[in-house]
Design a protein around this ligand. Sequence first.
Ligand SMILES: [Fe+2]
Ligand SMILES: [Fe+2]
Length: 349
Amino acid sequence: MFIHVVADNPAKLAVVRAALERQHELTSELLDGPSVQRGQCHALVVNVDLRTFENVAALKKKIASLGHMRKRVFILHQTIYLSIAQAYALGATRVLTGPLNQDELLSALADRMGPGAPATAATNNEAGAASVGATAIASMFAAVANGVSIDVEGTKSAGDKITDHIAEKGLSDWLAIVRRHHEGTYQHCLLVTGVAVDFGLSLGLARRDLERLYSAAMFHDLGKATIPLAILDKPGRLDAKERVIMESHPALGYDALKGNENISFEVLDAVRHHHEYLDGSGYPDGLCAENISDVVRILTISDIFSALIEDRRYSRPMSREEAYGILCRMQGKLEKALVASFRPVALNR
Ligand SMILES: [Fe+2]
Ligand SMILES: [Fe+2]
């Protein structure tokens, strides 16, 4: 594969080149250096500190002159949301955090779609709604992490694009695109939004109700913006203390959104209660069936299903059949009739 590397200093350029040069054809340049002739490149690797305004501005210019490459892997040495959000806003399709790991970088560049090829207009369009969605989610997370106001309209309009994409091309197409292009919390939020929209479409919801549903899905895990990544991305089980922190995210998300007049009561309620179960065993309020709305019930099923089929760094994604089987066994917690209606979404659509 032909890969182009951009870094903000010679040492960082050399590290990436050393990791890739045995297996790939490389060209490279420094962020503040002259552009080199690149020809046809399949992927871009960026190893730049995104905490400074100057670097972000310079990289934006550089990327604009590079043309579109289907894979754009950003290496960030600081696991902070603002930089991650910035990377996605600059068009990253994958963000690797922490010290550079050669295997991780090679696997991020490995093409699951078959032989590597430069992006075509079709693949650009294909990933369009997903990119818009990821950018909206990333900027919303960055806003919460930095205590600034959220762009509610931008998030809703991204939800609208996702809905159009799924109505036209179906859920399977969406799942494949999102799993191929995004990771972690962004992948999760995009999957939940897609699954919830498709579930809503299959139930014949009116556009207004669909809007509520996709807004709830886009916002549902926003409280994770302030949960440390060491807990969010922990490969193994959480200990008791970590679990308490993790389980604070619905209330944190609710608190971040509650003063916003553009967010309806139903959406706020769904953000706070998407981990409640009909039998009262959920959190944070231990609600029982009569207090759990339809939007929440639909969102909870979509959330659990999406979490099970995610493509995680540390474990293989579960098949849609296996994931649906788990939902069916959660008796008493989820609405039985709704889980039955979810079957065609989970398995066929
Ligand atoms: Fe959640
Ligand atoms: Fe979730």
